[in-house]
Design a protein around this ligand. Structure first.
Ligand SMILES: [Zn+2]
Length: 497
């Protein structure tokens, strides 16, 4: 073998460095893919079909109060609630509350959360195993809940140096319609949304040995905040359970007392925010009194019952050792629990055997509160929740039916009243599909369902439904077109009925 010359050695070294750089680049691209997000926020155009862009991004939005009523008018869905309490129990695996594989949680766990379990048993709450995307650490999971978008793995690095969230999100949408927001708990929220909260008390997640004070600093404000009516969104983020996991794992001796503490918080909030039957009667009497006043004195009024939605979520689960960050079932099994004033589910099984994705929270809450779905959302409306809540609203409104009849007969047809019906649920799904189509078209420039013309054939009902085949893009556009046709046909039948 000839001796390696100086120039040969240099060539080999340069080649080795180039190979190494290519390898590192491939690893970075594969492991930390850059996920481009759409800039700007969803606005009034969200309530129009994607091929009907009447608003452009340069049009300034109206002031909050006008924007709120504009959204209500355009969405055609009356908001189901006026206020929201979002309680985050950090690191709580959904199986602690809902069980696993169709089996209820162990007796020790059900005994630790008796009030929450009683709500599930009598159908007053409905829970979901909401699959969280990795990395299962707090900051990216909070982002996913409020924006409906799944971030990249690089978010792990940013978890310790959180920057303000600039992408379109629920809190920004709520702020734009004039909501006042209060945050108590993990200071990550303050870093993600600086200047957005009217009142706040942030706690650090740095001191993992602290399992007591970190939660007391949240609960000490509860009595005060629940008695105030100057907020529209109250966020409570309890870190103690996650800290218990980090110290002693799922089976730590501290876990049961911590679950009991969380159960007490659920009980306190539920008892303070439910609308008792007596209140419904009072509301009916109040409407009657205001009606008589308006008839006698010619006053106009808008009656909006104050109803509060209560949602308990966890950002991620934990392994047996209490760790999280990866993609195992134990770590990605996060909880979404909707707790309401009256019945949501018929039995324990239907209240607990449900699955969804964590990103589904964003579109569901957006449509329940009448704001546009955030622009980068990939989540799908939890339709059952919407049905449960709107049906529930029907039940609440039942005592007011006589009043509604009087209103229509005394004040004439111009006085509109709200009724919740199937077409509003369908409308919610339609809005979600428009937002997803806009996102897909922006991310996939080749995809254009607007110009898509399939060879439709006349089916039994003459709707023009097509058999879908071809490439993925063609299949998608074809299915979208079919859904659109069926939707229009259903609406026509409803109108002609
Ligand atoms: Zn967390």
């Amino acid at each position: 073998m000839p001796p390696l010359t100086c120039s040969g050695l240099t060539t080999c070294s340069i080649a080795a460095v180039i190979v190494q750089m290519v390898g590192v680049s491939l690893f970075m691209l594969g492991f930390f893919p850059v996920k481009p997000t759409l800039s700007g926020v969803s606005g009034p155009e969200s309530f129009r079909p994607p091929d009907h862009e009447v608003y452009n991004l340069t049009t300034p939005l109206p002031p909050p109060t006008h924007l709120k009523s504009l959204y209500q008018e355009l969405s055609e869905i009356p908001p189901s609630f006026d206020r929201l309490i979002l309680m985050v129990i950090d690191g709580l695996p959904a199986e602690f509350v809902l069980g696993k594989d169709g089996q209820p949680p162990s007796k020790a766990l059900t005994d630790a959360m008796p009030y929450t379990q009683s709500l599930l048993k009598n159908g007053m709450a409905i829970g979901y195993h909401a699959k969280a995307a990795p990395p299962t650490v707090t900051m990216p999971r909070l982002k996913a809940m409020v924006s409906g978008a799944i971030g990249g793995f690089l978010d792990v690095a940013f978890n310790f140096n959180t920057q303000a969230l600039l992408d379109d999100n629920l809190l920004g949408q709520f702020f734009s319609i004039g909501w006042k927001m209060v945050m108590l708990g993990d200071e990550t929220w303050l870093k993600l949304f600086p200047g957005l909260f009217t009142r706040h008390d942030g706690v650090s997640s740095f001191y993992v040995k602290d399992t007591v004070q970190v939660d007391q600093n949240v609960s000490r404000h509860l009595g005060y905040e629940l008695n105030r009516d100057d907020w529209d969104l109250l966020i409570l983020h309890y870190l103690g359970l996650d800290h218990v996991g980090h110290i002693g794992g799922r089976n730590s001796v501290l876990m049961t007392p911590k679950l009991m503490e969380m159960d007490e918080v659920v009980k306190m909030i539920h008892l303070n925010t439910i609308v008792p039957q007596d209140d419904i009667k009072r509301q009916t009497l109040l409407v009657g009194a205001i009606l008589i006043s308006s008839l006698l004195f010619g006053l106009s009024f808008v009656f909006t019952p104050q109803t509060c939605a209560y949602v308990v979520v966890s950002d991620h689960g934990m392994t047996d050792n209490g760790n999280h960050g990866g993609s195992s079932y134990e770590e990605t099994d996060s909880l979404v629990l909707f707790i309401g004033p009256t019945k949501y589910a018929s039995d324990y099984a239907s209240a607990t055997h449900n699955t969804a994705y964590q990103v589904d929270i964003a579109p569901t809450l957006a449509l329940l509160f009448g704001v546009p779905i955030p622009k980068n959302n990939v989540g799908v409306l939890i339709a059952e929740i919407f049905t449960s809540l709107t049906e529930d609203k029907n039940q609440i409104k039942k005592p007011n039916v006589i009043v509604v009849f009087i209103v229509q007969n005394c004040l004439g047809p111009n006085f509109t009243t709200t009724t919740i019906s199937n077409d509003q649920q369908l409308r919610a799904l339609e809005l979600n599909s428009w937002q997803l189509l806009r996102l897909l078209e922006a991310q996939l420039p080749g995809l254009s369902c607007r110009s898509f013309n399939s060879d439709g054939f006349s089916d039994d009902q003459g709707l023009g439904i097509s058999k879908c085949s071809g490439s993925m893009d063609e299949m998608f556009c074809c299915l979208y077109r079919n859904a659109k046709l069926l939707h229009s046909s259903w609406k026509l039948k409803t109108v002609s009925r």
